[in-house]
Design a protein around this ligand. Sequence first.
Ligand SMILES: Nc1ncnc2c1ncn2[C@@H]1O[C@H](COP(=O)(O)OP(=O)(O)OP(=O)(O)O)[C@@H](O)[C@H]1O
Ligand SMILES: [Mg+2]
Length: 242
Amino acid sequence: MPAIEIRKISKKFKVYGNEFYALKDVSIDIKEGEIFSLIGPNGSGKTTLINIILGLLIPDTGYVKILGKRVEDESSLEKMNFVSPEERFHWVLSANDTLNIMGKIYGLDRATRKKRITGLVELFGLGNVLNRRFDGLSTGEKMRLALAKALLNEPQILLLDEPTLGLDPDISIKIREEIKRINKSYGTTILLTSHYMKEVEQLADRVAFIKNGKIVQVGKTNMIRKKGQSLEEYFVEKVEEG
Ligand SMILES: Nc1ncnc2c1ncn2[C@@H]1O[C@H](COP(=O)(O)OP(=O)(O)OP(=O)(O)O)[C@@H](O)[C@H]1O
Ligand SMILES: [Mg+2]
């Protein structure tokens, strides 16, 4: 059974009366325990697909199953968590309050919340900004808070939409190491989008290239490209192809 089963998903958007497909007939099986990366140019449909997997957007056709159950099933939601570059928490709440409130929403008791939050704060170096309001955090601090939130419910499936966007190299390296460690230690299935091909090369077991809402190719990260070709060169070649 795949961790995420994506079947014949299509999604149309209408902008000023013009309809277009953001996703067209997308089918992918993401295996349990793998790191799978979705790559493709801006506007190719990556975030739209992640939102559909999360149940935030309803597709026009097709379905998504999370560990065998339709995403509409309430239990599916509890198995997942996500990080999005657009993630906003309430601007007036401190990082600490944000994590506590999210922990309550996830149904964690006080002792579990305290234990997990302490661990995550240390992991993402949030100690010195814990009492700062969300609107006072830098881009990188916001992203680290979003990552801490995403691990609070110990999800089996993690959806990471550009998790290192806007981060300095030092923290990006730490976050990549952490993504790898979470995957190895807990067998967490991870779906990752990124424009940093080095990051994808380093992390992903398999890659799907998406263009104009269609999956062009899926394969193992080191098999998908020609011999001697970097993933960056592969990307450019795919963009330029017809
Ligand atoms: N709510 C919406 N209404 C109309 N069009 C939308 C909406 N959301 C996304 N789109 C359009 O759908 C297409 C796919 O967008 P999406 O955000 O999924 O791309 P992406 O692959 O995540 O791009 P990026 O790499 O820039 O993050 C784009 O053309 C975008 O403008
Ligand atoms: Mg996107």
